[in-house]
Design a protein around this ligand. Structure first.
Ligand code: COA
Length: 322
């Protein structure tokens, strides 16, 4: 038994922060940012907005897309690395804001790998029979944890949320395999320390870059192997959107044509756990996805964490009933 994506929703803040805006804030240039990262602009939430607002809006959009009742959600699972409170969880806050009747709710912390971890966890919880319908949300207000005077990091991150509704798949479809991994020895390379006056992102950019270039193709191959598939079977590759150069290096190593990779880094920057569902939503809305397509998602992040999922698209989600 596997879980299937039966609805997708997103929430993207309206406020756009361009590279030109950043030129006025730190010693940087549009040219430097575009050539080193591929990022042109990112979205930033308003002062009065919070990450659970984004999570709730994306969640409701996914429920509506799945064409199910709010009372059918058994679990709200939120992957976030930028919560507004340590507790209550963002999942509980979003559950309340969505007006869902009682159901289980918890957060999952795997930094930028959170959506990939979340898909694996939701898949196994559905397979176990514990829950029938899971709402998985990747939501981030990274702008709240960015040091806006640090040019090494402030150019990279953006805000947004994406959500999927998951249910038991018909045989042969849905999440075919997941590969998850972590190495806490790299914990210092990327972190947001708690308890300091200004809780902001601290990053060793070069080390993370080298790690990502190595690990992204590896986890794709591991997940495909578990699914009994090869790189030639991949119709869409949705990598975590951290840096266009990391994605291109991974494509080279995998021998995967560029056209198969889906991304939104130029528009949104690194939205952490939201980057994969935001990109998935794009191919979904444009109706590029066909029944039977193989989608591979892959991500890496603080922890260090990394992982990948292999999904066979069933075409049963809201907008595209088979
Ligand atoms: N604008 C202009 N110059 C900048 C800059 C900016 N925004 N940020 C850094 N620089 C400078 C550096 O200070 C350095 O100057 P120096 O040579 O005088 O010391 C120079 O540019 C080169 O820095 P370097 O760190 O070698 O650049 P890079 O090509 O490695 O790119 C990152 C830096 C951060 C873009 C890149 O390392 C990266 O993307 N790493 C991974 C980060 C990531 O993905 N994090 C999230 C993981 S989920």
């Amino acid at each position: 038994m596997a879980a299937d994506i039966v609805g997708i929703g997103v929430s993207i803040p309206e406020k756009v922060l361009t590279n030109a805006d950043l030129e006025k804030m730190v010693d940087t240039s549009d040219e430097w940012i575009v050539t080193r990262t591929g990022i042109r602009e990112r979205r930033i939430i308003d002062d009065e907005e919070t990450v659970s607002d984004l999570a709730a809006a994306a969640g409701l959009a996914a429920i509506e897309d799945a064409d199910i009742g709010r009372n059918e959600i058994d679990l709200v699972l939120v992957a976030t690395g930028s919560p507004e409170t340590i507790w209550p969880s963002t999942a509980c806050l979003a559950q309340g804001k969505m007006g869902l009747p009682r159901c289980a709710a918890f957060d999952l912390q795997a930094a930028c790998t959170g959506f990939v971890y979340g898909l694996a966890v939701a898949d196994s919880l559905i397979a176990s029979g514990l829950f029938k319908t899971v709402l998985l949300i990747g939501a981030e207000a990274m702008s709240r944890f960015v040091d806006w005077s640090d040019r090494n990091t402030c150019i990279l991150f953006g805000d947004g949320a994406g959500a999927v509704v998951l249910r038991e798949a018909r045989p042969g479809y849905g999440v075919l395999a997941s590969y998850l991994d972590a190495d806490g020895r790299g914990a210092d390379l990327l972190k947001i320390p708690v308890g300091e006056k200004h809780q902001t992102i601290k990053m060793s950019g070069n080390e993370i870059f080298r790690f990502a270039v190595k690990i992204l193709p590896q986890c794709v191959e591991s997940a495909l192997k578990k699914a009994g598939l090869g790189i030639e079977n991949v119709d869409y590759f949705i990598p975590h959107q951290a840096n266009q150069r990391i994605i291109e290096a991974a494509l080279d190593r995998l021998g995967l044509p560029k056209e198969r990779a889906i991304g939104n880094i130029a528009q949104y920057g690194n939205t952490s756990t939201a980057s994969i569902p935001l990109a998935l939503d794009e191919i979904y809305r444009t109706k590029s996805l066909k029944q039977g397509d193989i989608i591979v998602t892959a991500a890496f992040g603080a922890g260090l964490t990394w992982g990948a999922n292999v999904i066979k698209w069933s075409g049963t989600s809201g907008g595209m009933d088979a």
